[in-house]
Design a protein around this ligand. Structure first.
Ligand SMILES: C[S@@+](CC[C@H](N)C(=O)[O-])C[C@H]1O[C@@H](n2cnc3c(N)ncnc32)[C@H](O)[C@@H]1O
Length: 224
C-alpha cells in the first residue's frame, strides 16, 4: 500500500481527487476553499465609479471550464476525511450552487453552522438585483466548536475585493481569508485548500503563522 505523506507549505500540482487522499486522513485543522462551480457572468461594475453596469444586457452567458467537471459530490467526502474531528470548514459558493453544495456537504457528514456573507465594494450587473456579495458555507465536522472572536465577528462582513489586475479570475482578498483563518485556527495549525488557484489562502495562512496543504490542477497558477 502507498505510504501516506503530508507535504506542508507547498501548493502541489494535480487533481485533488487523486492527490489529496495520498496525504492521509484527519490531518487538517480547517478547510477554507473556493471550489470550481458553474457561473453566469454579466460583466463588472465598480461601485461609485460606474454610471451604469456594463454588459448587463449583452454579456450573460454560461461559463464552463474544465473546472466544472468535478462536482461537490465528488470532493466533499474527500475533504471531510482530510479534516480532524471538531473542526470548521469555509466553502465559497453562489446562490445558484448553494443548494447542491449544502446537500453534498451534509451527505459527506458536515453540519451547517451558518451562511456567511462577504459584502464587497464592487458588484456584478444583474437584472435580478445586482450582486455585491458572495456566500460562504460555514460548516463543522464533529462537535460544535466556538470561533476565536466570539461576539466580535458578524455573519455579514465587509472586505474590499481585488479590483483591477488579478492573478486568478476568482482570486479572493487575503484580509477576508485571514479573518476566517484567525477565527477557526491557532498558530501552527494546518489550513487545507484543495482548489488553491493563485494561492491566496496559502498567503493568508503564512501571514498568520499557520501551515497549509494545497492543491491546484492548473500549473499556470502555481507560484509557491
Ligand atoms: C474558484 S478557483 C480558486 C481561486 C482561489 N480562491 C484564488 O484566490 O486564487 C478554483 C481552482 O480550482 C482548480 N481546480 C479545479 N478542479 C481541480 C481539481 N480537481 N483539483 C485541484 N484543483 C482544481 C482550478 O484550476 C481553479 O484554479
Amino acid at each position: 500500500m502507498e505510504k501516506k505523506k503530508i507535504i506542508l507549505n507547498k501548493v502541489q500540482l494535480g487533481d485533488m481527487t487523486t492527490e489529496l487522499p495520498k496525504s492521509g486522513e484527519e490531518f487538517a485543522d480547517c478547510l477554507i476553499t473556493d471550489p470550481p462551480y458553474k457561473i453566469i457572468t454579466g460583466g463588472n461594475c465598480n461601485g461609485a465609479n460606474s454610471i451604469r453596469p456594463k454588459g448587463i444586457l449583452s454579456g450573460n452567458r454560461q461559463l464552463f471550464t474544465h473546472m466544472t467537471e468535478i462536482t461537490p459530490h465528488d470532493w466533499f467526502p474527500i475533504v471531510y476525511k482530510a479534516l480532524k474531528s471538531n473542526t470548521h470548514a469555509y466553502v465559497f459558493t453562489n446562490a445558484l450552487n448553494m443548494e447542491t453544495m449544502l446537500n453534498a456537504a451534509r451527505k459527506a457528514g458536515f453540519r451547517l453552522h451558518n451562511i456567511l456573507v462577504w459584502e464587497k465594494n464592487n458588484c456584478t450587473p444583474s437584472q435580478y438585483y445586482m450582486k455585491n456579495c458572495e456566500y460562504v458555507l460555514f460548516l463543522r465536522k464533529g462537535q460544535a466548536k466556538y470561533i476565536n472572536y466570539i461576539g466580535g465577528s458578524k455573519t455579514v462582513h465587509k472586505f474590499n475585493n481585488i479590483i483591477g489586475h488579478k492573478r486568478h479570475p476568482t482570486e479572493k482578498p487575503i484580509e477576508l481569508l485571514k479573518f476566517y483563518i484567525a477565527n477557526s485556527t491557532n498558530e501552527g495549525d494546518i489550513v487545507l485548500d484543495p482548489f488553491a488557484g493563485s494561492g491566496s489562502t496559502m498567503e493568508a495562512a503564512i501571514e498568520l503563522h499557520r501551515n497549509f496543504v494545497g492543491f491546484e490542477i492548473d500549473p499556470k497558477y502555481i507560484h509557491m
